[in-house]
Design a protein around this ligand. Structure first.
Ligand code: IVH
Length: 672
């Protein structure tokens, strides 16, 4: 071992901290988790032998300490403010007019960030070392949660030294931000709790807030919390001239700030930014309900002052509410494409997320029982982006006794066939009648949908029209439709009829994966369809495959394999395929893509910064590579993203699979 224990400890700390920073702040992996753990062990050993070498910012000091009897109250150095809301363009422009007048200037630059739905927390660094973490509390006084926030890996125990930003390592630097839990982590935790029979948490915000207020830091350490900074305070305000400078400083000092931020030179640019994120925000890791728009110049921000609890120089630009309350008029059962009988709530129309909602899925009867939703209840309805509206919960206190419990019908409401469950423990009842009329229209609609054949102009309404006119009873019939048939219907005129016929005929030779997905086989989503197409290359081969052969396909389990075999055995489906054939509809053979990544198998674990996992899969496949869902002997590369699960890494390490980070993947892809 080289050098003195003190030198070795210092070097270890630096390297471990580098690993942590890269991993938890930059989403990059510079070494495996196992290697980093091994370094931590060595450091612990040195510190055990030389306790005088332990420092407050040593990575070994991140471990959760003993439970606290209570939290101490701490006064904030300056008040933690709230924000006034604006809900639309008009209110936003009114705010701009007001501050322009108060500022006495026409040109104002704005700084924009997403408004995170978590809880505010202030971190105090003294001479670069983390000494305190305080909750917002009432804005004046918060609670000392230092022991808890020290377990959050994206919070550095010591600020990073960065060129040009050294001054922040001297004296007091306060960094404020939001503690959040990512949506995927939240889902995982809730799924685990459900398995253990524990009550589920309501939402990521409540869980994050509940966690940070736990007296036992060990429990906090077991819950994946994140800190995203949005503000910084110094004794000399001039150290921090603008908000974009603050964000840059935050990143340079080794903390995470959102990348989805920008400076706007005009109010119009703010509106464009707001539009851009209105839908896209649903793909983010954390929940947001709007933007925070601040005057970029912090001197001006201070001069504008505070009214009540909120500064004049900033607003929260809120997106339309994704929740509203309304009444359940009735509950009926809808039969899906695969025969599943889903209870649906008929609602008094209400505007949620900017569109009118009249129906919401209730999933299945046990979900209705679990949430105790009754006909006549006032309920909270949730709708986010394009997702199907959902009933969150009934407002039980508003009941007047006239509410009725829902009873699941025993027979299909459309064809009268007795509903069945494949297995007793299944949550979903199904209509076993393959000729059920409800199934036909769902099937045709699915076949035409964007992710399947993507037939332009064939939405729900047109599908129903075609079915009612008896022009179609299954997807193959679509190809028989002639312009003259459509012209007889009210919904069509010369141009629209010509267009639809062309849109259908254009899809005579669809890509195999889309065609497989379009068939609507149970359990076959877009990704599985791609996997099947890549493996079997032709529909014929897929049709003749056995459960054994199917189970060998990467990512396909027994349930899916059985569903595929069952589908192709069903006489009705056999007829459908014959019909397709007679009409000359044939999927393209899946191309044997030979490219620079041919014969290379990739697995991606965790999330990537520059693209979704689906996109990564598409790009790898486009270059001839194979995208696998789990690490095996044949895997050539494990791409390690952010927030990875330990199991894939452990398996890859055991098998000696090459581990690469996102940058390296991009180099492999872009080089080609
Ligand atoms: S800046 C003067 N930026 O929203 C307050 N706040 O309603 C400046 N929040 O207490 C706050 N995301 O907890 C700012 N990107 C963001 C934010 C954000 C969430 C929270 C914060 C604040 C509350 C105000």
């Amino acid at each position: 071992m080289n050098g003195s224990p003190a030198e070795r400890a210092a070097k270890l700390r630096e390297l471990i901290n580098d690993y942590r920073y890269n991993y938890h702040v930059l989403n990059k992996s510079i070494m495996s988790e196992a290697a980093a753990d091994s370094l931590k062990h060595e450091l612990s050993r040195i510190e055990a032998e030389h306790p005088e070498l332990i420092t407050l910012d040593s990575p070994t000091q991140r471990v959760a300490g003993e439970p606290l009897p209570q939290f101490n109250k701490i006064e904030h150095s300056s008040r933690m403010l709230s924000l006034n809301d604006v809900f639309d363009e008009i209110e936003f422009q009114a705010w701009v007019v007001r501050i322009k007048k108060l500022a006495g200037q026409e040109r104002i630059e704005f700084f924009m960030d997403l408004k995170m739905d978590g809880l505010a927390c202030a971190l105090v660094y003294q001479d670069g070392v983390l000494v305190q973490g305080v909750t917002r509390g009432d804005g004046f006084v918060g609670e000392d949660v230092t022991a808890n926030i020290r377990t959050i890996e994206s919070i550095p125990l010591r600020l990073r030294r960065a060129k040009g930003y050294e001054k922040f390592l001297a004296g007091r630097t306060e960094i404020r931000g939001e503690i959040v839990m990512y949506k995927d982590q939240f889902e995982k935790l809730n799924a685990a709790r459900e398995k253990q029979g524990l009550p589920k948490f309501a939402n990521p915000r409540n869980l994050a807030a509940g966690t940070i207020r736990q007296l036992d830091p060990k429990l906090v350490a077991s819950r994946p919390l994140q800190f995203h900074a949005y503000d910084m305070l110094r004794d000399i305000p001039a150290d921090l001239p603008t908000n974009d400078y603050v964000y840059e400083a935050i990143r340079q000092l080794g903390l995470r700030a959102n990348n989805e931020v920008a400076v706007a030179k005009s109010p119009e640019e703010v509106l464009t930014f707001a539009k851009k994120w209105e839908d896209k925000r649903h793909a983010l890791k954390f929940n947001t309900d709007g933007l925070v728009v601040k005057v970029n110049d912090r001197g001006l921000f201070r001069r504008l002052g505070v009214v009540g609890k909120a500064p004049r120089g900033a607003v929260a630009f809120k997106y339309p509410a994704e929740q509203a309350t309304t009444k359940v008029k009735d509950i009926f059962v809808s039969i899906g494409r695969t025969g599943s009988a889903t209870p649906v709530a008929m609602l008094e129309p209400v505007v949620v997320s900017g569109s009118t909602v009249q129906m919401a899925t209730l999933h299945n009867e046990s979900e209705i029982a679990r949430k105790d939703i009754r006909i006549g209840d006032t309920v909270i309805v949730h709708k986010a982006g394009d997702v199907i509206p959902e009933v969150v919960e009934p407002l039980v206190k508003l009941r007047d006794g006239s509410e009725r419990e829902f009873v699941m019908p025993t027979h299909c409401p459309d064809c009268g066939t007795k509903l069945v469950k494949a297995k007793a423990e299944d949550a979903v009842w199904r209509c076993p009648n393959n000729a059920c009329p409800s199934r036909a229209w769902k099937q045709v609609e699915h076949y035409a949908s964007k992710a399947a054949l993507d037939i332009d102009g064939l939405g729900e309404k047109n599908v129903i029209t075609l079915l009612q006119a008896k022009l179609v009873s299954d997807p193959a019939d679509l190809y028989k439709i002639k312009k003259e048939d459509l012209l007889k219907l009210d919904r069509f005129a010369e141009i629209s009829a010509t267009k639809l016929v062309k849109a259908i005929q254009d899809k005579r030779h669809p890509p195999l994966a889309r065609f497989i997905y379009g068939l609507g086989i149970r359990h076959i989503g877009t990704q599985t369809a791609i996997d099947l197409a890549a493996h079997f290359k032709t529909l014929d081969k897929l049709r003749n495959s056995t459960i054994d052969e199917l189970s060998k396909v990467d990512g396909i389990g027994e349930v899916v394999a059985e569903a595929v075999v069952e589908w192709f055995e069903e006489p009705r489906n056999k007829k459908l395929l014959e019909k397709f054939e007679k009409l000359g509809v044939e999927a393209e053979k899946a191309k044997e893509i030979s490219g620079p990544l041919s014969d290379k198998n990739f697995v991606v674990t965790g999330s990537l910064d520059s693209m979704s996992r689906e996109e990564a899969g598409e790009r790898i496949r486009a270059l001839g590579g194979t995208f696998q869902s789990s690490v095996g002997k044949e895997t050539d590369y494990l791409v390690v993203g952010a927030n990875v699960g330990a199991s894939k890494l452990a398996k890859a390490t055991k098998l000696g699979t090459k581990q690469i980070d996102e940058q390296e993947l991009l180099r492999l892809i872009d080089k080609k």
